[in-house]
Design a protein around this ligand. Structure first.
Ligand code: CAA
Length: 283
């Protein structure tokens, strides 16, 4: 399948990153969000990232301008009529995603593949909102998207081999590494990462060590680039709690119960870096 135009739904941290890597790889990108101001904010982050790459001589000024020139703005989901692939990176809420996929299914051309960047919601259920479940797939990018190599490619129950292969190939053209995963709660990444983060929070909750000590153990002892509590702040504590709830509900196993301290922080609005306070305080 010949993918030339990619529509990205959501201009936030993940959607903006996905739009950036697609534009840099030569795809025409339609960046969509609910409001113009969200697009402006998302595009300014993309430009800032590219400027940093130019200043480090990892990208030329011409390439930057050409990449930015390939991104068009959209506040209308019907612009999917011009897309060969849509990658949805809107909020993690099944009702909202279902609605978006219903609209995309009606607007996008027959050949178009509809992908979701969901970090934990079932692809099979998202696909069931469309009349083309065989052309629906998960493309789970990691944060920060321009830096992280992995894309988990999640097959829904009905996803065809042809669609899987087209997405695997497309992912490679982004200079990313696709890894094939079946559709189970948390896929592979969050099924392993989130219980580790949750356990680090229990370790803090039970007074086993200070937050700095817990992070130091994992950074220096296990060579992780960030400690689990710092990483939780970076991901967002609301997102961590949400994913733990999905694992807990999806498997019905108490080993996935979210730590009460995580719930408490989320209730306090201490959501991590994005709100200026999580386990750590950010200026
Ligand atoms: N956007 C774009 N580029 C960024 C960036 C961002 N937000 N943050 C850092 N970078 C770039 C820097 O410009 C730098 O680039 P160069 O190598 O070209 O100079 C490079 O990344 C390294 O950055 P720094 O030197 O500033 O800092 P660092 O060495 O500490 O690396 C990090 C930063 C890459 C974020 C590193 O700390 C890291 O790998 N952390 C763990 C990230 C991780 O685990 N991500 C997965 C999160 S889970 C997820 O995404 C799935 C989910 O569903 C929840």
């Amino acid at each position: 399948m010949n993918i030339k135009t990619v529509m990205v739904i959501g201009a936030g941290q993940m959607g903006g990153g996905i739009a950036q890597v697609c534009a840099q790889a030569g795809y025409n990108v339609i960046l969509n969000d609910l409001k113009d101001e969200f697009l402006t904010r998302g595009l300014s982050v993309i430009e800032k990232n590219m400027n940093r790459a130019v200043s480090k001589e990892k990208m030329t000024e011409e390439d930057k301008n050409a990449s930015l020139g390939r991104i068009t703005r959209s506040t209308d989901l019907n612009d999917a009529k011009n897309a060969d692939l849509v990658i949805e990176a809107a909020v993690e809420n099944m009702a909202i995603k279902t609605k978006i996929f219903e609209t995309l299914d009606q607007a996008a051309p027959e050949h178009a593949i509809l992908a979701s960047n969901t970090s934990s919601l079932p692809i099979t259920e998202i696909a069931a909102a469309t009349k083309r479940p065989e052309q629906v797939i998960g493309m789970h990018f990691m944060n920060p998207v321009p830096v992280m190599k992995l894309v988990e490619i999640i097959r829904g129950l009905a996803t065809t081999d042809e669609v899987y292969q087209a997405i695997e190939e497309m992912t490679k053209t982004l200079n990313k590494a696709p890894v094939e995963v079946e559709d189970f709660p948390g896929f592979v990444s969050n099924r392993i990462l989130m219980p580790m983060i949750n356990e680090a929070i229990y370790t803090l909750y039970e007074g086993v060590a200070s937050k700095e000590a817990i992070d130091d153990v994992m950074k220096m002892g296990m060579n992780h680039p960030m400690g689990p509590l710092q990483l939780a702040d970076f991901i967002g504590l609301d997102t961590c709690l949400y994913i733990m709830e999905i694992l807990h509900e999806g498997f019905g196993d108490s080993k996935y119960r979210p730590c009460p301290l995580l719930r408490k922080y989320v209730k306090a609005g201490w959501l991590g870096k994005k709100t200026g306070r999580g386990f750590y305080i950010y200026e």
